[in-house]
Write a protein that binds this ligand. Structure first.
Ligand SMILES: Cc1cc2nc3c(=O)[nH]c(=O)nc-3n(C[C@H](O)[C@H](O)[C@H](O)COP(=O)(O)OP(=O)(O)OC[C@H]3O[C@@H](n4cnc5c(N)ncnc54)[C@H](O)[C@@H]3O)c2cc1C
Length: 509
């Protein structure tokens, strides 16, 4: 490694043999980063995960998963654990604010067609479950990656505590406000090689406040005694910009979300919700300093505040204002949203914008992006979470098939990764945008589309629409395949030549 310009770290290193597996550094212990770690471990590829939090930092809420990812858990021999950890979702009901029913998005015989139930997990339990499958010592907490350098021979990250780490490959699995992405894009912009669309901001369509209650009394909320997860979306009556989603989750708790469609918000409501806190949003591009071409860094303060916390006046103001605005709205479980707010730890309530964008640039040099870092999708029925996890599966496959840790071979593996994922992600993005309008859109056109979908569209077409996006089920190519489940169409996946060769070799021995 004579050209390597920085000293090797004692804990990690770059591969120095032609056919050795690459050393992978993953930034972010979210769902995508954790699953990638689990899969790399099974594939025998060395890795480390660097997480900025002092512990796991999942969004306060729920994770919903479907058939698009469960085959991988079967391959890993973990599907039963996953089932035990979750509640089956029994339909998604859409109601008017006076609790009259508008329709139900439910797939009769869903399990027969898809082979798996749609399942709901408590976010923290699911993250802890994934983290428990990573060998000890591989996740480094309190390691906020703050700068990155790379050259022909390797990549180096430096954390905000000053420690450097080295590897062959850097994976940005650091979420929707990815610093790895922003740093990389800044570098490419300086070289005038970033596609113009990637420099444009994400589309902000909705504001979302969410939380999970403390355990509640099932005497008061009998739905909590059922062994399924009940999910309701309630729509404020026109011209309201508000809708709210209520989901029963394990542990006698209720996950709630209040969604405000920005396009449907009147100036009066906007004034009440935003006050004069509108101007405190940060234009992240202002904070990039021009540094050497090979190095990019990102500031600490550009990540959106996840939770309300003292000092974040704008966010705290909006949470207060929004709570006040919707406090008396009824919920299908009985009582009002105010009752749920009263049972939720205030510091755990999160307010954020729902943004969406599929970026064009997913990799450059030794750096690659996965999950929300390269495609921020609107949250609808877990499609976005499944997409992040599928990225992890496909990237692990490409790294397993990597010929050598040379820059050229890494570049080819990243190209294969994007080639397999991009079209699917675009499809899910389209589905999510339509579903978002169906589920929480409040403009005249959204209401009209919802009415047509729920009342005029034949049931068979509705079912086809719900099942869309669940046909694609990539499996880990380096583990024995599990058979396709369900009567629906099966996804045909290209096998790994390396794995097939290994299998043949083992049979001869
Ligand atoms: C408001 C909202 C509601 C949602 N609701 C649902 C839902 O109900 N059901 C569902 O299934 N999905 C939901 N989602 C989507 C889901 O949260 C994401 O799709 C999923 O978490 C993406 O996973 P990820 O691993 O790509 O990123 P994240 O989960 O964001 O993980 C990124 C990780 O990187 C870490 N990190 C960030 N920067 C650094 C750094 N510089 N150095 C080191 N580490 C860093 C973070 O601390 C975090 O742990 C929702 C999303 C939002 C925004």
């Amino acid at each position: 490694m004579s050209h390597y310009p920085f000293p090797l770290s004692p804990t990690t290193g770059i591969s120095n043999k032609e056919n050795a597996p690459p050393h992978v550094m993953i930034v972010g212990a979210g769902i995508a980063g954790l699953l990638l770690g689990i899969l790399l471990d099974r594939a025998g590829i060395p890795f480390r995960i660097y997480e900025s939090g002092i512990k796991l930092q999942p969004e306060e809420g729920v994770v919903s998963l479907h058939a698009g990812i469960f085959p991988v858990f079967e391959q890993l021999g973990l599907y039963e654990n996953v089932e035990r950890l979750s509640l089956r979702i029994a339909g998604f009901h859409i109601h008017q604010d006076d609790m009259t029913k508008i329709g139900t998005l439910v797939m009769k015989d869903g399990k027969t067609v898809l082979g798996y139930d749609h399942m709901m997990f408590c976010s923290i339990s699911f993250h802890e479950f994934l983290a428990s499958l990573i060998p000890p010592g591989r996740i480094h907490f309190n390691k906020k990656v703050s700068s990155i350098e790379e050259n022909r021979d390797g990549v180096m990250i430096r954390c905000s505590d000053g420690t450097p780490y080295h590897g062959d490959i850097l994976v940005g699995a650091d979420g929707g406000n990815s610093g790895v992405r922003q740093g990389l894009y800044k570098l490419l912009q300086n070289r005038e090689s970033l596609p113009v669309v990637d420099g444009l901001p994400m589309r902000r369509g909705y504001m979302c406040m969410m939380g999970v209650t403390d355990p509640l009394d099932p005497g008061r909320f009998p739905v909590l005694d059922q062994h399924v997860s009940k999910a309701y979306q309630v729509l404020g009556r026109s011209p309201s910009p508000f809708s709210w989603c209520i989901v029963s989750v394990s542990g006698y708790r209720i996950n709630w979300k209040v969604i405000v469609q920005l396009e449907a918000m009147s100036p009066e409501v906007e004034e009440r919700l935003m006050g004069d806190s509108r101007d405190d949003s940060v234009d992240e591009t202002e904070y990039w300093s021009d540094r050497q071409q090979q190095q990019y860094s990102y500031p600490h303060y550009q990540q959106q505040p996840k939770r309300s916390s003292p000092g974040l006046d704008g966010n705290a103001f909006r949470i207060d204002a929004l709570m006040k605005e919707v406090n008396g709205f009824m919920t299908p479980f009985g009582g009002t949203l105010g009752d749920l707010f009263d049972s939720t730890q205030r510091h755990e309530i999160m307010l954020t914008y729902l943004e969406n964008k599929v970026f064009e640039t997913w990799h450059h040099g030794r750096t690659v992006l996965i999950g929300d870092a390269c495609h921020k999708l609107l949250p609808t029925a877990g499609q976005e979470t499944v997409a992040s996890m599928q990225d992890a599966v496909v990237l692990a496959n490409c790294l397993y098939d990597l010929k050598s840790p040379s820059l050229n071979d890494i570049g080819d593996a990243f190209k294969d990764f994007k080639a397999e994922r991009y079209a699917h992600v675009k499809e899910i993005d389209d589905i999510s945008k339509v579903n978002a309008k169906l589920i929480y859109g409040q403009t005249f056109m959204d209401r009209f589309t919802r009415y047509m979908f729920l009342t005029c569209m034949p049931r068979s077409l509705q079912v086809k629409n719900i099942a869309k996006g669940m046909v694609y089920r990539p499996q880990a190519v380096f583990l024995p395949r599990v058979p396709h489940r369900g009567t629906g169409a099966a996804y045909v996946q290209r096998p790994s030549r390396k794995y097939q060769d290994k299998q043949r070799q083992q049979q001869h021995e």
